[in-house]
Design a protein around this ligand. Structure first.
Ligand SMILES: NC(=O)c1ccc[n+]([C@@H]2O[C@H](COP(=O)([O-])OP(=O)(O)OC[C@H]3O[C@@H](n4cnc5c(N)ncnc54)[C@H](OP(=O)(O)O)[C@@H]3O)[C@@H](O)[C@H]2O)c1
Length: 285
């Protein structure tokens, strides 16, 4: 489905005889979101990219335009507020941009003891990882159901499968994303709309660089356990288009997710608690 380099009049893939609508990707200015944008562009999709850093979005859109001829709308916004989310949908409506694929990728991580984390940082995490994802899905999903086609990719995490002391709010937010995605995938059965939860393990992005900067224990993590964001994005695309409900990229991560699902909760939280107590989060960035 990839377009020729420097294609002059790009056309997206077809669905039911019509050209597929745009792919809306949140958190597209960096990391997994930027790689997802590259994968969708390579497959000929039109894009709408959201993040706060307009400059980074412009650079990415320029790259995708010259490489694949991608038609991209930029919607710079802070999704941690309800106003930011509704402004994105209003901007898309103004451009008459139909969203056939929604990628809820924007997210933040807070590490360290809960009591040492500023309340506002915790609330920012909940607002972005949980509230923005829910609001955007709620605003766009009914339109997909009406058109009888749609794909939603919710970026959860391997952290969704277990409680993680010292990443308590983050893991809880991702458990919400996973549970919401699974429930919606059943609610939407037969509608032509599918929901996929992507559950990556540690992936080499700024988010992980931030964790490594906070802790020598995290910094000594073997590189074999850290995924390449390009690979995560490629796998995510395949899982989404195939309508898979849950995708965990990478064999070690799949083993870890499977283990968490068959282990009694008391044992999982005891082990993650033990690991957390051995982690030094004393450095602040
Ligand atoms: N990296 C990992 O190990 C890993 C593992 C599992 C799951 N994940 C999940 O994967 C997703 C992407 O993570 P990543 O590692 O790619 O992170 P990243 O490199 O830090 O990128 C985060 C993206 O979210 C955007 N963002 C942050 N706050 C925002 C806000 N208030 N409004 C709008 N956009 C905002 C950032 O753009 P601006 O700063 O320009 O706004 C950026 O584009 C997250 O949901 C994360 O939880 C990551």
């Amino acid at each position: 489905m990839a377009r020729a380099k420097n294609a002059k009049t790009p056309k997206g893939p077809l669905v039911g005889g019509r050209e597929m609508g745009r792919v809306l990707i949140t958190g597209a200015s960096a990391g997994i979101g930027a790689e997802l944008a590259r994968v969708f562009a390579k497959h000929g999709h039109k894009l709408a990219l959201v993040a706060r850093s307009e400059d980074k979005l412009k650079v990415l859109a320029g790259e995708l335009k010259s490489e694949f001829g991608t038609d991209t709308i930029l919607v710079p916004a802070d999704l941690s507020t309800a106003k930011g989310v509704t402004a994105v949908v209003a901007a898309l409506d103004k451009r008459k941009a139909e969203i056939d694929i929604l990628v809820n990728n924007a997210g933040v991580l807070e590490v360290g003891p809960f009591c040492d984390t500023p309340t506002e940082d915790l609330m920012n995490l909940v607002n972005l990882n949980v509230a923005a994802l829910t609001r955007l899905t709620s605003l766009l999903l009914p339109r997909m159901v009406e058109r009888r086609f749609g794909r939603v990719l919710n970026v959860a995490s391997l952290a969704a499968f277990q409680p993680l002391p010292t990443m308590a709010a983050y893991a809880a937010s991702k458990a919400y994303v996973l549970a919401l995605s699974e429930a919606l995938s059943e609610e939407l059965r037969g509608t032509g709309v599918t929901v996929t939860a992507l559950c990556p393990g540690l992936t080499d992005t700024d988010m992980v660089a931030g964790v490594k900067a906070r802790s020598t224990t995290a910094a000594s993590m073997p590189s074999i356990l850290i995924s390449d964001p390009k690979d995560v994005a490629r796998q995510a695309y395949r899982a989404l288009m195939a309508g898979r409900v849950i995708h965990v990229p990478g064999l070690p991560n799949r083993v870890s997710a499977a283990w968490a699902q068959v282990t009694p909760r008391w044992l999982t939280r005891t082990l993650t608690g033990f690991a957390a107590r051995r982690t030094d989060w004393s450095k602040r960035v």
